[in-house]
Write a protein that binds this ligand. Structure first.
Ligand SMILES: [Fe+2]
Length: 202
């Protein structure tokens, strides 16, 4: 069964003004679809065709060297974007509550301190990549950035929030103003999704 790009769970313009309609259209229909297509081509006729994408990303060393880079980049691209669409939503933002807020406070001191670290991490990612909030193996939260389409599952961690800082994620509206895009991203974070991913990782 081939990998498929999931439909956006909201309209292309639903995240306006934080993320504009054209960016969402191109990002989902061209970039994400491209990663999915290339992943399917890279695993065609191999056992990995039937693996879950997370299992593939956790076992990249098992992928033959000849296709490993393609599987890593496009498998990561497919999974990262699948997460990303769910991690945002219209009329969202605000802050986490309950156990997730407790964990944020324990790891970073406060929600504002978390935001500071996440913003700094995303802003300073050199070139293309993502900033991630993850649950580590010891169940504690951490924030770090990874290059390209690498996903924290390949590091043994579980991503619960990520921001795409590839230029394709913001350039049409923000040009070089990555910091402004990151600032507005907080208005569309779907903390319900983040909380669900956090509790699944416990
Ligand atoms: Fe992207």
């Amino acid at each position: 069964m081939a990998f498929e790009t999931p439909a956006l769970p909201y309209a292309y313009n639903a995240l306006e003004p934080a993320i504009d309609e054209l960016t969402m259209q191109v990002h989902h229909d061209k970039h994400h679809v491209g990663y999915t297509t290339n992943l399917n081509n890279a695993v065609k006729g191999t056992e990995f065709e039937n693996w879950d994408v997370v299992k593939i990303l956790q076992n990249l060393s098992k992928v033959p060297e000849s296709s490993r880079a393609a599987v890593r980049n496009n498998g990561g691209g497919h999974y990262n974007h699948t997460l990303f669409w769910q991690m945002m939503g219209p009329h969202k933002g605000g802050q986490p509550s309950g156990k997730l807020l407790d964990a944020v406070n324990a790891a970073f001191g406060s929600f504002d301190k978390f935001k500071e670290k996440f913003t700094q991490t995303a802003t300073t990612r050199f070139g293309s990549g993502w900033a991630w909030l993850v649950v580590k193996k010891d169940k504690k939260l951490d924030v770090y950035s990874l290059p390209n389409q690498d996903n924290p599952v390949s590091e043994g961690d579980t991503p619960i929030l990520g921001i795409d800082v590839w230029e394709h994620a913001y350039y049409l509206k923000y040009q070089n103003r990555r910091a402004e895009y990151i600032g507005n991203f907080y208005n569309v974070i779907n903390w319900d999704t983040v909380a669900a991913l956090y509790s699944k990782a416990q």
